[in-house]
Design a protein around this ligand. Structure first.
Ligand code: KMT
Ligand code: NI
Length: 183
């Protein structure tokens, strides 16, 4: 895992766009983002660690997603676009990377002036929890492949609320999120 300020220079979303300004674990944690590394080992200790983490946080269900042309089939182009559209969810978004790599971008700050994109580069063995209400987006990197375990509390609700919709900023999940983070 590596986190840094996204350079915001137009161009291929799959390229690093590293501005050279690193973002600390503390800053991510202030935004409510949880990061944990659980190395994938042959002895499958990682499965036990995931089970413990899931139990602690009340995640009862899980599945897997592979973001490749083969994995997503006809929906590929559409999915890649929708993953990269700035959005929020009313529940946490939990991903454990089983293979490949990619970028989750999250909005920093509480005030509009602090809303830079923070790019979080994830690879095999990285676990991330994005809090409900945080604006974010996802893209594969130039390797074009990622496999992730998706965990969720109850019934999976993947509904993305796009920031471009007029009522997204006033959703209660957004307001509650802003109340929980530090300035
Ligand atoms: C999402 O919700 O953006 C995804 O599931 C992306 C693929 S998981 C690395
Ligand atoms: Ni999402």
């Amino acid at each position: 895992m590596k986190a840094y300020v996204f350079d915001d220079i137009p161009g291929d979303q799959r390229l690093p766009h590293d501005s050279g300004n690193p973002i600390s674990h503390k800053s991510l944690s202030d935004l409510g983002v949880i990061y944990k590394q659980i190395p994938i080992d042959d002895e499958k200790e990682w499965e036990k660690e995931i089970d413990v983490f899931a139990k602690e946080r009340g995640y009862k269900n899980r599945d897997q997603i592979t973001v490749t042309k083969e994995g997503l089939g006809a929906a590929y182009e559409e999915k890649i676009k929708s993953f990269f559209d700035e959005h929020l969810h009313e529940d946490e978004e939990i991903r454990y990377i089983l293979g490949g790599s990619g970028y989750f971008d999250v909005r920093g700050g509480k005030e509009p002036k602090d809303e830079q994109w923070i790019r979080i580069s994830l690879e095999k063995g990285d676990l991330i929890v994005l809090p409900a209400g945080i604006y974010h987006r996802f893209t594969v990197d130039s390797n074009n492949t990622i496999t992730a375990m998706r965990l969720f509390q109850d019934e999976p609700k993947w509904t993305p609320y796009s920031r471009s919709a007029p009522d997204t900023d006033t959703r209660s999940a957004r307001e509650e999120y802003l109340n929980t983070i530090k300035a």
